[in-house]
Ligand binder design. Sequence first.
Ligand code: ATP
Length: 376
Amino acid sequence: MDDPVIEGLDVYRVGGAVRDAYLGWPVSDTDWVVVGATPEAMRRRGFKPVGRDFPVFLHPETHEEYALARTERKSGHGYTGFTVHARPDVTLEEDLARRDLTINAMAETPDGQLVDPHGGLADLRARTLRHVSPAFVEDPLRVLRTARFLARYDHLGFTIADETRALMRQLARSGELEHLVAERVWTETEKALAEPSPAAYFRALHDCQALAALLPELADDERWLDTALGRLDRLPAMLEASDRRCWRWARLVEHLGDEAREAIAERLRLPRVYRDLARQVALTRWLWQATVIDADSVQRWLDDIDAWRRPERVAPLVGLLQREAPPHGVAVAHGWAAARQVAPQPLLAAGYRGAALGEALTRERRVRLAEALAIG
Ligand code: ATP
């Protein structure tokens, strides 16, 4: 290793980078732990301090994260209620012992030797998510993280160890989950929605009774929850990969009433795009559940989703409609194609202005919709 910035420092690659390398996955971010150093010594070497709560530094060239080895002791509620101890006498083993899951508690020397005091590699090979120590229960966020890792690795055959499930239940029962701030809950949930098996995240949370604390609107009825989880990947064809998590969220909550959906959105402070799409999908659900659709219902739907001002919304929603009720999907696609041709210019030329113009446009669109639906 010929890097003068870290020369002579006792450093170890840790966490996700080691785990993913042993899984044979591409490693994007590498995190390092530094043992036996002080913040001053790190600064003198040119590292840039970034941690607000713990001593973490960025390497001046690679910009990878180097954290001083630390221990944590619970001193309050929730994710932030910890006293951090990061002096040079903290060992690598002590630092690894504070981590959540054994597969996340492996380290590697710069020349590739594995340091694995908690059996992370054996758990990785056995496809098991297992807590490192009983201190797991000190941080309620770990319930969500464990569920999220299941969403990521479920398709590889990973399961959560029974003892870890028991600790997750204990945490859920203790009431500690209520101390998690909305932002943490949403960050984990949003990440889980982008994983290969998002349903596994919600299922794991439900199984340990955490869902009842976090999303009671979904946990209330077992059958509705099952159905909702079953449709997370029933999405319109040809979605951008980056839009998938937003669509999955919308599908998760589409059966809830407006009030319950809004209550979740407020509580978790959901971004606008999630709220808007969830509402549009819920409105579209009315269409595919209708036995027959007519020009009135389609026009109301187009008005409700604000299609005239936001025409880009229509195609993916029609795509969803086509998945759920193909004949309705085809009919609405025809209706929309016809109605959107109605242009204001001829009406302006005919002297319509203001409210009268709006009414004339609506009438004209209604006529085109009715014609297209009759033919379709
Ligand atoms: P990802 O691939 O999602 O980034 P990661 O394991 O790198 O996974 P980070 O959130 O970056 O996840 O955390 C880095 C490491 O810090 C983890 O591997 C784990 O060892 C430890 N860690 C993070 N959050 C916690 C926590 N709440 N409790 C215990 N250990 C944690």
